[in-house]
Ligand binder design. Sequence first.
Ligand code: ASP
Length: 345
Amino acid sequence: MLRKADFCASNALMNRMLSRFALIFSTMLPVAAIAQDAPAEAPKWSIAIHGGAGTMDRSKMTDQQQADYKAALQAALDAGSSVLRGGGTAMAAVEAAIVIMEDDPKFNAGRGAVFTWDGKNELDAAVMDGRTRAAGAVTGVTTVRHPILLADAVMKDGRHVFLSGAGAEEFAQEHGLQMEPPEWFATPARKESLDRLKAEQLTAYDVDHKYGTVGAVALDQQGHVAAGTSTGGLTGKRWGRIGDSPIIGAGTYADDRACAVSATGAGEYFIKVGVAHEICARIRLLGDAPQVAADAVMQEVADLGGDGGVIVVTPSGEAVFSFNTQGMYRGRADSSGTSEVAIFN
Ligand code: ASP
């Protein structure tokens, strides 16, 4: 027969057992829920590229033109991916993707760059390494086949970050970069845009409708991010105008603590907002998700009256796009098997 004391004791025992069971059960529940909802493993490497943003009217682009752009983007994406897959650095992947687009006259970088008011092709580029925040940039070069590699040489040299014009060309020659005569960069389509801009008194935005700058951001298997951007700037640019692309913090930025960013668009607005650094700062200091940070900063650009887009890659392998134009030539790939290119919104 149970005595009251025994009853109380067994009650207490039962209560202890119940609460222990409840504790075990409650700690198991979230484990089970987490196991079920567990996100796929973070990608070991990741890359995103762009070939400019702007007014891209689906009806005005033939199927062939769309296919040509997509094939060009895929070739650049594949070149960058193959570096990362093989264990190469994010910086090497960024440059591998960009040199292909610099040689492709469809893009406003290297060969096929837009014309200045004075009928020249003046090239700008920048790179930044998220490991150390080492950076290199060049502006106003006219004879360097791959301005992105010149930016890289400036970064590796390390004495300065930003070189311009004749001095940058002299540096390129001293460092054995591949040089071409200025005419090598000129294409009839870009010349026609300049002629039309002058004849019809248009702005660069009216005549181009799209920007065509190229850029890449990447995360390597060692966990480091890098960014690069290369451009001819805007058609009809004058007076030594420099856009955002080669300005560290505006069109290009990389920091292992946050992300890597490359931008394209109406450079003056991207400089005013400090777009690339601002996106990284929001991620680092506010803890914004990358898409939230990119959208918020692009909204600031839009509020000031500018348009364009950005690509962002984070140290955890997320790759996001944000643009306030009808389209952006873009692509992304990662170690989980993603490999996609797109043009329209
Ligand atoms: N952002 C570049 C500039 O203003 C233009 C572009 O993105 O195509 O020079």
